[in-house]
Design a protein around this ligand. Structure first.
Ligand code: ZN
Length: 281
């Protein structure tokens, strides 16, 4: 994977006990919109408390340190006005405003905000939950039921046959765009089994030589994308016409509109082009 770990700059923690002095970075969310402060070098509000920005959060969560500064996530009500010189911006559209580490940390923050908001009460007995101090876990004091942050793993695969890449058009894809074969992992499956099943379901093909490529958190709303490469084994392309409208093999020179560079799909396609396109830079 091209990107370096965010943990070079970021130290995760749930307990602010030794780190509550000095200003902090605030990842403030209004639904899925992040508060961007362009007056600040990393474009995230940097202040000791949100009161100084006249913001009253519903809830806040300590999420660790970035470059030794404490970081908090926070949720505000939808009608909250952005302070002067700042703007609430859809997280997915904020990629160009933030450096990659900060963007990834914002993705972690929004998932913690949503998890905290959605687990205020026990999903089993309805009692108000308590948050564990040293762990991202909500505990029910009544029945002991525990809730971790929700993650939905999904697999995405670059499948190659005779130097061509398989791409499919989902009926609900934006701008009629072709994409790689992808889908959520189901209970009881290994990742490789999910890759095999999704490929068979979506395009009717059998594949082989499935190899791990890399992974990427995808906080829209709570996926973890796990990417693979694979080779065609047998079968003819057959789509259901409902979920998948069309699928075909593309040579490196006739690739359709490809997903944006923020996604691991983009990295898989770059991997394919490097390997199969002559004179690729
Ligand atoms: Zn309970």
């Amino acid at each position: 994977m091209a990107r370096e770990s965010i943990y070079k700059r970021y130290k995760p923690s749930h307990n602010p006990h030794h780190n509550n002095a000095g200003p902090a970075y605030w990842f403030v969310f209004q639904l899925n919109k992040l508060l961007i402060d362009t007056n600040n070098p990393i474009n995230i509000p940097f202040t000791k408390n949100l009161g100084k920005l006249k913001i009253s959060p519903i809830r806040t969560q300590y999420i660790g340190t970035l470059d030794q500064h404490p970081c908090y996530s926070a949720e505000v009500i939808p009608k909250t006005d952005a302070p002067e010189g700042m703007v609430f911006k859809d997280l997915r559209q904020s990629y160009d405003d933030l450096d990659e580490d900060v963007y990834l940390l914002a993705g972690r923050a929004v998932q913690i905000v949503n998890w905290d908001s959605n687990h205020q009460f026990c999903g089993k007995c309805g009692t108000a939950t308590e948050t564990k101090v040293d762990e991202m876990v909500k505990l029910c004091p009544e029945c002991g039921f525990s809730s971790h942050t929700r993650l939905s793993p999904a697999v995405i695969t670059a499948i190659v046959k005779d130097g061509k890449l398989l791409m499919a058009k989902h009926n609900n894809a934006p701008n009629n765009r072709y994409g790689l074969i992808a889908g959520f992992v189901e209970a009881g499956e290994t990742l490789e089994e999910a890759v095999l099943r999704e490929t068979l379901e979506e395009v009717g093909l059998s594949i082989k030589d499935i190899e791990y490529f890399g992974s990427q958190p995808w906080p829209f709303p709570n996926s973890l994308m796990i990417a693979f490469t694979a080779k065609y084994d047998s079968g003819e392309i057959m789509v259901d016409g409902e979920e998948i409208a069309h699928a075909k093999w593309f040579s490196p020179d006739e690739l359709p509109d490809i997903p944006s560079r923020i996604s691991i799909a983009g990295e898989l396609i770059d991997w394919y082009k490097k390997k199969y396109k002559k004179n690729f830079p």
